[in-house]
Each structure stands twice: as structure tokens, then as C-alpha cells.
Design a protein around this ligand. Structure first.
Ligand code: FAD
Ligand code: UDP
Length: 384
């Protein structure tokens, strides 16, 4: 094996490190991934029947206010002018999200001005004034008042956590944004959009260099293949972006994650939801939201099937070992456990832990790219 750098995980963290390594040094880079594709959780593929670009691990929308990251990603792809907007079906009506003046006026059958709406929400949020919210339920009511909380947050959150919000810690929701304008743009970042030719084309361009080799279907812990932990650690610099607890064989215990199950539905219609994402905050609908992938790319209408569409319904639950880890649960115990793993990780010779699984963190794509760019400069480059 004559690699100068081995990267475990072809997600955005690993791909960014690989790209930087060949750009700034003479290094030869081997990337391995246990999956049969690159891109990690941001991977997508074309659905032949409908012409939709399906985001295999759930909807991915790119957004950032970081100029360096925006300039960096634009080297490998251009972006569509897609602007993310989400709607919610509650009690037989469709409302705009995040909760804004349109949601409030529709909900209360009113035509409040911003000031009037603010006064109303303040009054309703004062219901528990003087008490210290101990659980998520009370916290939600003290942030936006009971009526809106119960309509849009309570049952959605219960479904997402499979736990009654009165038994969830208040700390899960620090703030619930309410906008007193009709602006229903979901993200507030300077730039947003979707990669014009899809996510996978973007990722392939990042590592289009003869010094980068990718090995798919390759598990770092499988000693039956050459690029494994036992063979490499201490001998060559390794970037590890898999789960940190798995690296240490769960010796201190397992970190908790939530996972998402997707139910795919196909309809003989051009458009089923009328938008890309519809949330279902009521308890009688078993899933949290539905995604209609065709609607993320209206600019591809001429390449899509107008008689068929595909929708994925999302069911969220606690992950068991073997499930895809998606969102860190992040209780106080999890954080303490992660700290202990982090100390062990720092003691590993020539191994750098990165990305969302390697650092037990919820990161958006732009944050992962930013942390990888910084990690390359500060930690990886000095090793090469
Ligand atoms: P990953 O993409 O998870 O890559 C890690 C890779 O390591 C994986 O490919 C895995 O197969 C591999 N690996 C693990 N173990 C091994 C092993 N033993 N051997 C070999 N390889 C291994 N971000 C946004 O910016 N916008 C969004 O709208 C958005 N939506 C999201 C929706 C969902 C449901 C989820 C879960 C995430 C979302 N994200 C979103 C976050 C985004 O997915 C991450 O920021 C990004 O993909 C993380 O990249 P990463 O390289 O850290 O990890
Ligand atoms: N949330 C909610 N109702 C909604 C949308 C979101 O209660 O219709 C809450 C819920 O607790 C969720 C959090 O807001 O966990 C963040 O949701 P968002 O959709 O922004 O992020 P994601 O679930 O993709 O991480």
C-alpha cells in the first residue's frame, strides 16, 4: 500500500479532505466507504420512472452564509435558484411554515398587523409566566403560547422523538422562531440552492484526480481487506469519519442516535403534494413529513414524467445498532460519553476524527465542509 493518506468515509468531510490534499500537496489518497456509493448521507440518484432526483437519506437542501464555503462548492457545481419553503397540513387545512404572520392569521381567522400578532402571542405565551419550564411541553407554551404550540409543534415533536413532550427535556427547544411578517423562506442564509446536475455529479467532480482512489463496499474494520484499522493505524495518517464509538468497539458504551425510516409511495399523477415538503403535525398521521422529489427541481420539467410521481413519508425513531444513525440524541449522558470517547480519539496516533459521526454532532453540509477545510489546514497538512 503506497498511500500517503487514508480516508474512511466518502461523505462531504472525507471528500473535502481528499480534494484539499491533492490540491495542496503531492499526496496519494485512498478513500474507503462501506456503502456502494460516494457522497455519504447527501448522496442522490435519478429515479428512472419519474425523472426525480431522489435524496437517498432524506431531503438535502444546500444553504450557507459562509463566503468561503460558497466559493468552494461553486468550483464543483453551479446551483439552481431553488428557495426552500415548507407547508403543514393541520386539522384539514394547509398552513405556511415556519410559523409566520400568514400562519397566525389563517389559524386565528384574523387579519392582525405584525404588532397585534406580537401582542397576542406574548399574551398567550405568558400562560406559564413565573414558572421555570421543566419539560418541552411547558417550554413550547412559554415560547409561542398553547394554541400554536399544540397545533404545530407538540404532536410533530412527539412523533419525532416517540416520546410525549411532557417527558422530554425543555433544553431540546431553546427557541421556536415565529415571524411577524409573511416571509416563509425556510432558511435565512445568504445563499441557497440545489446542485444543477445533482449531488452525485458535484461529488464526483470534487475527487476527479488520478491521485485519489475510491474503494466502495469496503469496511475499515474488516481485516479481510487491506485498508483496515489494524493494518493502517500508526503507520499512515488516517481520517476517520465513521461513528466514534464504533471505532473503539463501543468499549465505553453506545452513543444514542435517532434514525429515519422512509415509506415510498408512487402515484399516477404529475404532482401529488403541490410542493416539495409537507409537514404533518397531527397525531393521526403516523409520519412527520412527506417529500416529493420532483418538486425540488422544477427547472427539469422537460426531463420529468408528467404522469407519475414519487413521494417519501418519513418516520423517525430511536436507532438500534445496525440502523443508519441520523440525528444525535445528545442527552447529558450522551455528551459525557462523547467527551470520554473524544479523549481516547485524541490519543490515537495519526488518526483524525471528523464529520458528524466522528464527532457526534449534528452538522449541515456547509458546516461539515467548513470544518473539513479548517481541519485540513490545521491538522492534516502538517502530517503530509
Ligand atoms: P456522512 O455523510 O455520514 O459520511 C460518513 C461516511 O462514512 C458514510 O458514507 C459511511 O458509509 C462511511 N462509513 C461509516 N463507517 C464506515 C466504515 N466502518 N468503513 C468505511 N466507511 C464507513 N444538511 C444540509 O446542509 N441541508 C439539509 O437539508 C440536510 N438534511 C439532512 C437530512 C437528514 C435526514 C440527515 C440525516 C442529514 C441532513 N443534512 C443536511 C446533514 C448532512 O447529511 C451532513 O452534514 C453531511 O452529509 C455529513 O457529512 P459527513 O461526511 O460528516 O458524514
Ligand atoms: N418542528 C415541529 N413542527 C414542524 C417542524 C419542526 O415541531 O412542523 C420542530 C421539531 O421539534 C423538530 C425541530 O422543530 O425536531 C426542527 O425541525 P426541522 O424540520 O427544522 O429540522 P429537521 O427535523 O430536518 O432536523
Amino acid at each position: 500500500m503506497d498511500a500517503d493518506l487514508v480516508i474512511v468515509g466518502a461523505g462531504l468531510f472525507g471528500l473535502t479532505i481528499a480534494q484539499q490534499a491533492v490540491e495542496h500537496t503531492d499526496a496519494r489518497v485512498e478513500i474507503i466507504d462501506i456503502r456502494d456509493h460516494i457522497g455519504g448521507n447527501a448522496y442522490s440518484y435519478l429515479d428512472e420512472e419519474t425523472g426525480a432526483e431522489i435524496h437517498k437519506y432524506g431531503a438535502h437542501l444546500f444553504h450557507t452564509s459562509n463566503r468561503r464555503v460558497w466559493d468552494y462548492v461553486n468550483r464543483f457545481t453551479s446551483f439552481t435558484d431553488y428557495v426552500h419553503r415548507v407547508y403543514a397540513t393541520h386539522d384539514g387545512e394547509v398552513y405556511p411554515l415556519p410559523i409566520n404572520l400568514g400562519t397566525i392569521n389563517q389559524f386565528f381567522r384574523a387579519h392582525y398587523t405584525p404588532q397585534e400578532a406580537k401582542a397576542l402571542i406574548n399574551e398567550q405565551a405568558g400562560e406559564l409566566a413565573g414558572t421555570d419550564p421543566e419539560n418541552l411541553n411547558d417550554q413550547g407554551i412559554s415560547l409561542i403560547g398553547r394554541p400554536l404550540y399544540e397545533a404545530f409543534i407538540k404532536n410533530y415533536t412527539a412523533k419525532q422523538w416517540q416520546t410525549d413532550p411532557s417527558e422530554l427535556p425543555a433544553s431540546i427547544i431553546k427557541r421556536l422562531p415565529v415571524r411577524f411578517t409573511y416571509d416563509n423562506r425556510y432558511f435565512r442564509d445568504t445563499w441557497e440552492g440545489l446542485p444543477k446536475d445533482g449531488y452525485t455529479a458535484w461529488f464526483e467532480r470534487m475527487i476527479d484526480d488520478e491521485r485519489i482512489h475510491v474503494h466502495l463496499g469496503t469496511d475499515f474494520f474488516d481485516t479481510g481487506q487491506a485498508l483496515n484499522k489494524t493494518a493502517l493505524v500508526g503507520k499512515v495518517p488516517v481520517i476517520y469519519t465513521g461513528p466514534v464509538d464504533r471505532y473503539f468497539d463501543y468499549e465505553l458504551g453506545a452513543l444514542q442516535w435517532r434514525t429515519v425510516d422512509f415509506t415510498e409511495r408512487r402515484y399516477d399523477e404529475d404532482d401529488h403534494l403541490g410542493c416539495p415538503v409537507m409537514n404533518f403535525p397531527d397525531s393521526d398521521v403516523p409520519f412527520t413529513r412527506a417529500i416529493e422529489f420532483k418538486n425540488f427541481n422544477p427547472e427539469r420539467r422537460d426531463r420529468q414524467n408528467h404522469e407519475k410521481t414519487v413521494v417519501w413519508e418519513e418516520h423517525s425513531r430511536f436507532a438500534r445498532r445496525g440502523d443508519e444513525p441520523y440525528y444525535p440524541v445528545n442527552t447529558a449522558e450522551d455528551r459525557a460519553l462523547y467527551k470520554a470517547y473524544k479523549r481516547k480519539a485524541e490519543a490515537e496516533e495519526q488518526v483524525i476524527f471528523g464529520g458528524r459521526l466522528g464527532t457526534y454532532a449534528y452538522y449541515d453540509m456547509h458546516q461539515v465542509i467548513n470544518s473539513a477545510l479548517i481541519c485540513f489546514e490545521k491538522q492534516v497538512a502538517p502530517l503530509l
